[in-house]
Design a protein around this ligand. Structure first.
Ligand code: PLP
Length: 295
């Protein structure tokens, strides 16, 4: 896959192509040493009608609400749309047969100028759907549950925790993934300190119980997922009712099926949690994957 990088200047609403392999970010940028910024990763799915940016609007709406939570400037939708379209054009020109790829776009607080003001900085680049993702889609994953360290529904009392914002501070999420791997699992499943199931470090959880699809309420302390919402919107098509619920680990372990869902994974079966096997519904997994791919 070609690897263009687009550097975005949110202040002048302009952008330019740059070299992804070359250094671009001053170390004094607050994203580099504070993780002070926001991002989105969208799936671009190629079909007979060209490129579909899956959940394009939902991603941008979340980008705006993350900006608002961090008191960053409101992102300009026209600008970021042009950036995404420019990357798609580059990737498709370089690899006309490509079937899908991701685009990661981000905005940092930027550097502090002599006047004390910050000048935000943006960027965007493509990310491949790699073998790791493809094998998780095909084979499902195992997970261990991990304490997220806060009680459910704390977000409204503690807005500084930025729960629900997609920030560039993912060190905890990365550490959870490593911890899971060290303990023989492919994924982590975060649970609030008081026992409410939340999400994976980079994915939402959906379970099936009979004819119901259940997912944790984003207000409980997790990122409102674009993929989860797309699947919920289309649940009736697969004969299921979709509901938000407070789930305990026992609910997941005794579910009829469970999935981690996210933009790049689409839907991945969770086939084992803390050593307990969970039934895998291959047909429904394939339906969910197709629903997400079609956008
Ligand atoms: N939860 C977290 C913490 C995430 O980082 C992500 C995506 O990366 C998700 C959930 C799933 O969100 P989406 O479906 O919008 O990709």
């Amino acid at each position: 896959m070609s690897d263009p990088l687009v550097l975005v200047d949110p202040t002048t609403a302009s952008f330019e192509f740059a070299d992804l392999a070359a250094a671009q970010l001053p170390v004094t940028d607050h994203s580099a040493h504070r993780g002070d910024g926001i991002f989105e990763t969208v799936l671009v799915s190629m079909g007979v009608d060209g490129a579909t940016v899956v959940n394009r609007e939902r991603h941008f709406t979340r980008f705006r609400s993350s900006a608002s939570a961090l008191e960053l400037p409101d992102p300009d939708d026209g600008l970021w749309d042009r950036v995404i379209d420019a990357i798609i054009a580059e990737v498709v020109a370089a690899e006309p047969g490509i079937s899908e790829f991701g685009i990661r776009y981000a905005m940092s607080r930027g550097q502090q100028g002599a006047d004390g003001q910050f000048r935000p900085r943006g960027w965007a680049f493509p990310v491949p759907v790699d073998d790791h993702i493809r094998s998780a889609r095909a084979q499902g994953v195992t997970a261990v549950s991990l304490d997220r360290g806060f009680d459910a529904y704390i977000g409204s009392k503690a807005p500084w925790l930025l729960i629900g914002a997609k920030t560039l501070s993912y060190a905890v999420n990365q550490a959870a993934g490593r911890y899971a791997a060290e303990h023989g699992a492919e994924e982590a499943l975060f649970v609030s300190h008081d026992g409410v199931v939340l999400e994976g470090p980079t994915a939402n959880l959906i379970i099936r119980r009979g004819d119901r699809l259940l997912t944790p309420d984003p207000e409980a302390g997790l990122l409102a997922g674009t993929t989860q919402r797309l699947i919920f919107e289309r649940a009736e098509e697969v004969g299921l009712r979709a509901e938000y619920a407070d789930l305990r680990l026992e609910d997941v372990k005794t579910a009829d099926a469970a999935w981690f869902v996210s933009s790049m994974r689409t839907a991945v079966a969770l086939r084992e949690l803390d050593g307990n096997a969970i039934p895998v519904d291959d047909e429904l997994t394939a339906r969910f994957q197709a629903i997400v791919r079609a956008g």
